[in-house]
Design a protein around this ligand. Structure first.
Ligand code: WT7
Length: 637
């Protein structure tokens, strides 16, 4: 057995879980003992959820890259760390061994240093899915710089907001990115963002698409030139910066119920232990196996289960640059057969979209290497689960349905492959160390089984959020103020007879579109920026492929306009302000919105109409103008 803390059976899970609750400090300190620390901790855990103030492994010193790279060199130096499959199947793949990756991370860490980056600086990374993205992330961690990766689908305005919030003076980007048959001009988007961000000192640009880019003297430098400088300087080594367990590792922005995304902060020690522990146990990873997570490193799933979890476990992680449907809908299955992937982790939305292409693209493939499947990002519907199980897993691979969030750092509720049972639509049981509770609106705990409530976690786990960057109060009000002494997830959940959790979705004004979190307030703000718009209200509605679609009710200041053209203009505005991922699927023009006498929009009604529920709209007597509801129902798209 190669991972001493890998759980092997249901009985072991039960006993480990009990121990983890009875003695959390003893439990986590045993696990943490298997990592490489420059100095051990003085105290395993210090916490209160009122401020909140959570510290794991206080006093310990480490560098996460020594755990992801250096410590593997002896045994795994020549083993593949990263396999990279390019967008186009015509282009050659790349393979980086642990030794290669270690060297490249050190080289780029020296590039960062040469360009003035020091410990604690925030570095924004805006790149496509190329190995250099993982290298840039790890190079930041190597020198103690705080990375803030921004997904390539965000607009210049979103980037500018994030750069300002983090006061990031350094950017790493690519000239462009390949995604399917599209080329995304990343550097040009950065240039647009930088018009507003004069404080940015350096932009390091990797060549990928070699699309023409403007390179500003003194500010913009090419990645390749900088690497050459480091090579001629002869300083290949870059010793790892000694970090405190509670020093910041990264910031990752995510949407909430307010208009402005917040910078979720994770720290070095706890995040490392938690992503590693959850990776090894949920996926039942066996040494030598190929692990393929289809997420983008721009999201938390990529941070935790493409980079840090797998690499800290000495695993082989597969990175894919492209999209599931190009050149055809067999792209994932090609990759699985080509590299003999053993564990495949993807999103329900991808499964549903591939189901739409029928079995043709699947049947041309063997898929015999697969041993474990996983899903993340949103509840998986039974039909998609069955299709995945039968046609991809050939009815022999367990599917782990992993529930977690950007804020949780790693998987909190999931079955464990070959250890605990999986049933469709259930995330099932909490991982050891995780203590979920269901609460009612008044904050009372709902005990027993066959119950539904708001999902909270009552005890800290090492991977949890520590603060929201630059605004600790926001962290408190968002997650720790709804219920006293609880971390509130924002999700609702059902707990069945056997104590298994089934996540029912967000209970706040946050949408989950194709597994991406989007705040309704953010979309409304963007729509309201259009010159012709007076007011808008955004809600989600069930969407066959995306899980949820975005439905916008919009009041125009002039009714006598070309409505179809206006819809396109509004969509373009949202794309410009947030990014294409937040574009409304449906826009309905209305004369008024259902409001209470105090001016609050009754979203419940809008949600019902968007979902197609026209009859039982509930009590509308509190409305200022009940007549607007009739108009809205009549105009439903
Ligand atoms: C929200 C978090 C965690 C990585 C991807 C999304 C929903 C996530 C599941 C699941 C049901 C899920 C929740 C959660 N969610 N996984 N297995 N079953 N719902 O990260 O953007 O932070 O979104 O995604 O609603 O709160 P995120």
């Amino acid at each position: 057995m190669s991972y001493p803390y890998q759980i092997q059976s249901r009985e072991e899970y039960d006993s480990v879980y009990q121990k983890s609750v009875a003695d959390p400090e003893g439990f986590w300190s045993d696990i943490a003992g298997h990592f490489y620390w420059r100095k051990r901790w003085d105290k395993v855990l210090d916490w209160n959820f009122t401020e909140p103030d959570v510290k794991w492994f206080s006093g310990a010193k480490l560098n996460i890259t020594e755990n992801c790279l250096d410590r593997h060199l002896g045994l795994l130096g020549n083993k593949p760390a990263i396999i990279w499959e390019p967008n186009s199947p015509e282009e050659h793949h790349r393979m980086l061994t642990y030794r290669d990756l270690h060297l490249k991370v050190m080289q780029f860490a020296n590039v960062l240093k040469n360009n003035g980056v020091t410990k604690g600086d925030r570095v924004c990374i805006y790149m496509g899915m190329v190995p250099e993205l993982a290298i840039a992330v790890l190079a930041c961690a190597r020198i103690g710089a705080i990375h803030s990766v921004i997904f390539g689908g965000f607009s210049a305005q979103s980037i500018a907001d994030r750069l300002q919030d983090a006061n990031a003076k350094f950017i790493v980007t690519c000239d462009g990115a390949f995604r399917g048959n599209k080329e995304i001009p990343l550097k040009s988007v950065i240039d647009d963002a930088l018009v507003q961000c004069k404080f940015v000192e350096k932009v390091i640009v990797l060549t990928r698409t070699r699309t023409p880019v403007s390179m500003i003297k003194g500010r913009d430098v090419w990645w390749e030139d900088e690497i050459k400088k480091v090579e001629t300087q002869g300083n290949a080594d870059c010793p790892a910066e000694e970090m405190d367990a509670e020093d910041m590792l990264f910031i990752l922005y995510t949407s909430g119920s307010t208009g402005k995304p917040k910078g979720v902060v994770h720290t070095c020690g706890g995040y490392m232990v938690y992503t590693n522990y959850s990776f090894i146990n949920v996926f039942n990873y066996q040494p030598g196996e190929i692990f393929f997570c289809t997420a983008d490193i721009g999201w938390i799933t990529g941070h935790s289960y493409i980079v840090y979890g797998p690499l800290s476990a000495g695993a082989t992680t597969l990175m894919f640059e492209g999209v599931p449907t190009w050149p055809d809908a067999g792209r994932f299955w090609d990759i699985i057969d080509k590299y003999k992937v053993n564990i495949f982790y993807t999103a329900p939305t991808a499964i549903r979209s591939l189901m739409g292409y029928g079995l043709g693209p699947v049947q041309q493939h063997k898929l015999t290497s697969l041993r474990v499947l996983g899903t993340v990002g949103e509840p998986i519907n039974e039909e998609a689960w069955n299709w995945f199980h039968e046609h991809i897993g050939k009815s022999k691979c367990p599917i782990v349905d992993t529930w977690w969030q950007t804020e949780t750092g790693g998987i909190l509720i999931s079955n464990m492959a070959n250890v605990t049972p999986g049933i469709p639509t259930y995330a099932t049981y909490p991982l050891p160390g995780v203590q979920p509770v269901l609460l009612d609106e008044q904050g009372g705990e709902i005990t027993g089984n066959n119950v539904t409530g708001n999902l909270c976690i009552k005890f800290p786990w090492p991977g949890m959020i520590r603060t929201t960057y630059g605004d600790h109060e926001r962290c408190r009000t968002n997650y720790f103020a709804t219920y006293e002494n609880q971390y509130f997830t924002g999700d609702g959940s059902f707990r069945n007879e056997e104590g298994m959790y089934r996540i029912t979705g967000r209970v706040d004004d946050v949408l989950n579109v194709s597994g991406h979190r989007i705040g309704t307030a953010e979309v409304e703000n963007a729509i309201n920026m259009h010159a012709g718009v007076v007011e808008s209200a955004v809600v989600g509605y069930p969407h066959e492929i995306k899980g949820q679609g975005i439905y916008a009710y919009v009041i125009l200041n002039n009714d006598q306009v070309d409505k179809e053209l206006f819809k396109k203009d509004i969509t373009a505005t949202v794309s410009r302000i947030i990014g294409p991922i937040a574009k409304p699927d449906k826009i309905q023009f209305v004369k008024g919105l259902p409001k209470t006498r105090s001016g609050k929009i009754m979203r419940r009604i809008l949600r019902k109409v968007a979902e197609g529920e026209m009859e039982n709209l509930g009590d509308t007597s509190a409305l200022l103008e009940p007549a607007v509801v009739q108009e809205i129902v009549k105009g439903k798209l």
